[in-house]
Ligand binder design. Structure first.
Ligand code: 3YP
Ligand code: ZN
Length: 377
């Protein structure tokens, strides 16, 4: 068993500019321009820890390439692709991909294509049997991007591009997307909303971002009905709630669907120190959740589990969450342990609440819609 790893310095060069945290800097708003919250720091430190821990030496490093326009067009409209390119060509950057929350730095069009292409290369290596599973540590993120709009820091939906590539070029008919980023995977959901060949499952903080998105009743449409699954956990949910959601919803949904490939929108912003959500996961939570998902992939699709980095904004804690994830993916451990384990123990011990249990049960009730379908993309 081999674990693939995609990283590239250009991922750190995606320039989100100065900001008052989330929005572009505007002194007229009364806030000093400072660093944008989606900046290279947390991801750089993830890569550094993967290297410094010795784990990098046990991985199969795979070189990314830029997704072609044709590959992007399987998911995005021509007009949107051209819009991102035009914003990226602006002198000094400063453009936006759609919602005002999605900065496009100078050259970011090419970097976003390198992110999507990194996922394509991992999925291809898995389909060929060169690797069992893999992790692409990419920027910019992708799971909010719809066919025709960037949203929430996302330019191109790399996971969606990789899913379509797997179906059309690699003969993998059924693709499941699991999204445990703290924010709703609305873009991926929207792209596949009427498609029973791609099952999307998002576990996220209820009503966080996008606003009013990701409720349990968002279940797919037409022949895709049942093939979108949402678990909107209340703010303050932690280890117990997420593990219960995995056991009661994510794993049973995957078992019913029997995917040929599992893609993971791998955000770490449900981590307890994250500034952009209010969930309480620890590095151990990500390790345990990963163990369950690796087990499902081994049971259902020859271990084929390919993860794309999404959110995760704590520069000091995201690296330990990501290392725990990647150790578990690779089926190994390093000498590095979570230095904050004792500090977060109290959060991790928080028991399941009736509200959390109720929403998980509500999502579980909808699973019988899911069948092992034949692809109709
Ligand atoms: C986008 C604007 C406000 C919240 C933010 C969420 C970005 C993210 O990590 N999405 O997964
Ligand atoms: Zn997020």
């Amino acid at each position: 068993m081999t674990t693939g790893y995609v990283f590239h310095p250009e991922y750190l060069w995606h320039d989100t500019g100065t900001s008052a945290g989330l929005l572009p800097a505007d002194p007229r708003a009364g806030v000093q321009p400072a660093v944008h919250v989606e900046n290279p720091e947390a991801k750089r430190r993830v890569h550094e820890l993967i290297h410094a821990s010795g784990l990098l030496g046990e991985l199969t490093v795979i070189e990314p390439r830029r997704a072609t326009v044709e590959e992007l067009q399987r998911v995005h409209t021509d007009a949107y692709i051209q819009h991102v390119k035009a914003q990226s060509d602006l002198r000094g950057g400063g453009g936006d991909a759609g919602d005002g929350f999605s900065p496009v730095g100078r050259g970011s069009y090419d970097i976003a294509r390198l992110a999507a292409g990194g996922l394509i290369e991992l999925v291809t290596a898995a389909a060929q049997g060169d690797i069992t599973n893999g992790y692409a540590l990419v920027r910019p993120p992708g799971h909010h991007a719809t066919a025709d709009q960037g949203m929430g820091f996302c330019l191109f939906n790399s996971i969606a591009v990789a899913a379509r590539h797997a179906q059309t070029e690699l003969g993998l008919a059924r693709v499941a997307v699991v999204d445990w980023d703290a924010h709703h995977g609305n873009g991926t959901q929207a792209i596949f909303y009427d498609d029973p060949s791609v099952l999307t499952i998002s576990v996220h903080q209820a009503g966080c971002f996008p606003p009013d998105s990701g409720w349990t009743h968002e279940n797919g449409t037409g022949v895709g009905t049942g093939y979108a699954v949402n678990v909107p956990l209340p703010p303050g949910s932690g280890h117990a709630a997420y593990l219960h959601a995995m056991q009661q919803v994510v794993l049973p949904a995957l078992d019913r669907f029997a995917p040929d490939l599992i893609l993971l929108a791998n955000g770490f912003d449900a981590g307890v120190f994250d500034p952009l959500a209010r969930q309480m996961l620890t590095a151990a939570s990500f390790r345990d959740m990963t163990r369950l998902l690796v087990g499902a992939a081994e049971r259902l699709c020859h271990g084929r589990l390919i993860a794309a980095h999404e959110g995760g904004y704590s520069p000091f804690y995201t690296p330990f969450c990501a290392l725990a994830f990647l150790e578990e993916l690779a089926g190994t451990t390093t000498h590095v342990t979570d230095p904050l384990a004792a500090v977060v123990a109290g959060y991790a011990a928080e028991p399941l609440t009736p509200q959390q249990e109720a929403v998980i049960e509500e999502a579980a009730q909808l699973l019988p819609h899911i069948q092992t379908t034949v692809a109709a993309t």
